[in-house]
Ligand binder design. Structure first.
Ligand SMILES: Nc1ncnc2c1ncn2[C@@H]1O[C@H](COP(=O)(O)OP(=O)(O)OP(=O)(O)O)[C@@H](O)[C@H]1O
Ligand SMILES: [Mg+2]
Length: 326
C-alpha cells in the first residue's frame, strides 16, 4: 500500500493498493525504454487509469519529458505534463481543430513540438501515457501506427521512449492485434493481496466481495452504490448491457459452457466472441503483466475470462430469460 498516492474509491480517498508486480515490470520496461508502444488491455474498472496516473509520478522522477493524456477527463484535467509541454501541445491541438482527438494527435507530435517550439535537440527520455484514447480518435489503427512511428522515428535524438496506451475496448484490441505495431499485455483485476489492502481501507467482508468482484475495484464501487446488494447490481448490469437475446439464443449451448469455463469461447464463432468482447462482458488474456491464475469460481480461463463474476451472472440472467421463452 502506498499512501503517498491517494485515489477516490467508494466515495472517499484511499491509499493506492498493491500493484507491486505490475509496477516492477512496467518500471523495468521504462528503465530500458521500448521499441514499440505497449498496449495495456484489461477489464473495465480494473484500475488502468489509476495505475497510469501513478506511473506518471514515478516516471517523472527519471524521464525528462512525461505526458499523460485521457480524453475522457477533458484537457484541463486529462492532459498532464510540465507547463511548457502542455502549452505547446494545446497550441498545436488548437491548430488541428481543438477537439479531444486533436489533443491526442498533438500529444504524439511531442518530439516535433520539443524541436520546433521548445528548441530541444536531444532528450534523455520521453514517456507518453495514453488513457482510453481509442474512443476519441477516428481510426484506432492509424493512431497506433502513428504511436509506433513516434517510437521508431523520433524527430529528435532521444535515449529512450516509453509509450503506453491503456484500453478496455476488446474491439479496438482486435483492430490493433492484426498488426505487429504494439506489444499487447493484459492488466488484470487486483490480486488477492492488493484487494485485501483496498477493502481494509473501507471496511467490508473481503471474501464475499472477492467472490463477487473478482478483485475489480469498480465492481466493488457498483456494489457499494447499490447498498451492497449483489442481486441489484447484477440485474442492473443485465438491463444496462441490453444483451441481444436472439444472438445469445443462436449460441446458447456454447454460452452455457462458457459460464462454466470461459475458454469454451475458443471454439465459439466470431459472431459470439466479438459480441461478448464488444459488450465488455469477457476479456481476452494476452501476455498478462502479472500471472493470472486460472480460477473456475471467478470465471478466469487461460485465454478468455469473464471481466468479473458479476458480468458472468448478468449473462446467466440472459440465459434464464431464454429458458423462460417459448
Ligand atoms: N490500486 C488501486 N488502489 C486503490 N484504488 C484503486 C486501485 N485501482 C483502482 N482503484 C479505484 O477503482 C476505481 C476504478 O479504477 P480506474 O478508473 O483506474 O479503472 P479503469 O481500468 O481505468 O476503468 P475504465 O476501464 O472504465 O477506464 C477508481 O475509483 C479507482 O480509484
Ligand atoms: Mg480508465
Amino acid at each position: 500500500m502506498y499512501c503517498g498516492f491517494r485515489v477516490r474509491f467508494v466515495g472517499r480517498y484511499v491509499c493506492f493498493s498493491n500493484r507491486l508486480t505490475e509496477l516492477e515490470e512496467l518500471l523495468e520496461m521504462a528503465r530500458r525504454g521500448l521499441s514499440m508502444p505497449l498496449l495495456i488491455y484489461g477489464p473495465e474498472g480494473c484500475g488502468k487509469t489509476v495505475l497510469l496516473r501513478y506511473l506518471y509520478q514515478r516516471l517523472a522522477e527519471g524521464y525528462e519529458y512525461v505526458i499523460y493524456y485521457s480524453p475522457l477527463h477533458g484537457v484541463d484535467e486529462g492532459l498532464v505534463s510540465t507547463d511548457d509541454v502542455k502549452k505547446a501541445v494545446i497550441s498545436l491541438a488548437n491548430a488541428f481543430g481543438g477537439t479531444l482527438a486533436a489533443v491526442a494527435e498533438a500529444v504524439l507530435a511531442v518530439g516535433e513540438l520539443l524541436a520546433k517550439r521548445l528548441g530541444v535537440r536531444r532528450a534523455g527520455g520521453i514517456a507518453i501515457l495514453l488513457d482510453d484514447v481509442f474512443q476519441a480518435v477516428g481510426s484506432v489503427e492509424l493512431y497506433v501506427k502513428k504511436a509506433l512511428t513516434v517510437v521508431e522515428h523520433p524527430p529528435i535524438e532521444v535515449d529512450k521512449t516509453f509509450v503506453i496506451i491503456a484500453s478496455s475496448e476488446g474491439v479496438g484490441l482486435e483492430a490493433v492485434g492484426r498488426h505487429l505495431w504494439t506489444n499487447i499485455k493484459t492488466l488484470w483485476n487486483l490480486d488477492k493481496e492488493g484487494f485485501k489492502e483496498l477493502i481494509s481501507q473501507i471496511g467490508g467482508d473481503v471474501e464475499r466481495l472477492w467472490k463477487r468482484s473478482g478483485g475489480n475495484p469498480r465492481a466493488v464501487e457498483l456494489l457499494g452504490d447499490e447498498g451492497w446488494s449483489v442481486e441489484k447490481v447484477i440485474k442492473k448490469m443485465y438491463r444496462a448491457d441490453n444483451i441481444d437475446l436472439k444472438l445469445l439464443a443462436r449460441h446458447k449451448a456454447i454460452v452455457e459452457r462458457a459460464v462454466e469455463d470461459p475458454d469454451a469461447l475458443l471454439e465459439a464463432p466470431q459472431e459470439l466472441t466479438r459480441y461478448l468482447l464488444s459488450k465488455n462482458l469477457v476479456a481476452r488474456i494476452i501476455d498478462p503483466i502479472r500471472r493470472i491464475e486460472r480460477d473456475k469460481e471467478l470465471g478466469i480461463g487461460e485465454e478468455y475470462a469473464w471481466q468479473t463474476p458479476l458480468h458472468r451472472s448478468a449473462v446467466e440472467i440472459a440465459l434464464r430469460q431464454l429458458k423462460g421463452a417459448p
